[in-house]
Design a protein around this ligand. Structure first.
Ligand code: PGA
Length: 263
């Protein structure tokens, strides 16, 4: 079972998540990061950027792989995930663009792009630590309900709910792409460590189903239950429908007490 940490707000979540990432980067300056887009990881990226500015971590040797990209959206489009990762991660952390990879959503032989991306991840030695959000419909990456638990990077149709949720980034719903290329659930499970974050009441059903429901392709986020090293960081609103929230709070407090007396 994942370690579940219920925090006050996104700022606290960002510093808890960033400290997990920082610890990993300090232990291995060549860490391969798994990067997510959307609103959820922003407070983590901001906290990591602060750590870089204050010289607490050196990210010159890290590499990053984004989870997904829209199909048919050129990299220079402001809402391509390449552009989002450049704005939210590459620039604030002072990385160079060649340290970060996104699946390609355009170009020839697009059906081969998934296998190409898998090969690039393997070539880099695999992802050490993956940050994840979860969609209101339970998706992770763009693995919509029904995705195979063993899937690898491939082209997928976006769910209408996802297109509606993401319309805020585009001028209108019509402008939201209909397809994407996304790391699969099998790809995500191969990352050596997972950190999933969720905020707000509209994530409460997805969080409860993913953490306490059956592991099922109907709730792609439920794959986190199969990972041996996973941390879930959520605010009170996203935690509202968890049956065992009191236990998770107790377990997290005890872990901190143990850390305080340890060694
Ligand atoms: P959000 O999206 O971070 O913008 O809420 C999460 C997701 O869809 O995976």
């Amino acid at each position: 079972m994942a370690e579940i940490i219920i925090v006050r707000d996104q700022a606290e979540a960002g510093s808890v998540a960033a400290s997990i990432f920082a610890k990993q980067i300090i232990a291995n300056p060549g860490t391969v990061l798994g990067l997510a887009t959307g609103s959820t990881p922003l407070s983590t990226y901001a906290a990591l950027a602060r750590a870089v500015r204050e010289d607490r971590i050196d990210v010159s040797g890290v590499r990053g792989f984004a989870l997904d990209e829209y199909l048919g959206v050129p990299p220079q489009h402001p809402e391509s995930y390449r552009s989002v990762i450049t704005r939210e991660v590459v620039e604030p952390l002072g990385l160079t663009p060649d340290q970060v990879f996104t699946p390609r959503g355009t170009g020839p032989d697009i059906t081969l792009a998934g296998a190409e991306y898998e090969a690039m991840i393997t070539e880099a030695g695999g992802i050490d630590i993956q940050i994840l959000g979860i969609g209101s419909n339970g998706h992770v990456g763009f693995n919509e309900p029904g995705s195979s638990l063993a899937s690898t990077t491939r082209i997928k149709a976006l769910a209408e709910q996802t297109r509606k949720d993401n319309a805020r980034f585009f001028g209108s719903l019509e402008e939201v792409p209909t397809h994407c290329i996304t790391q699969g659930l099998g790809t995500i499970l191969r990352a050596r460590q997972l950190v999933l974050l969720a905020f707000g009441a509209n994530k409460a059903d997805a969080v409860a189903a993913a953490l306490e429901g059956p592991v099922s392709s109907a709730v792609p986020g439920s794959v986190i239950q199969q990972h041996a090293r996973a941390t879930v960081i959520i605010d009170e609103d996203a935690a509202a429908k968890l049956a065992h929230a009191e236990y998770y709070r107790h377990a997290w407090r005890s872990a901190q007490d143990l850390n305080a007396v340890a060694f």
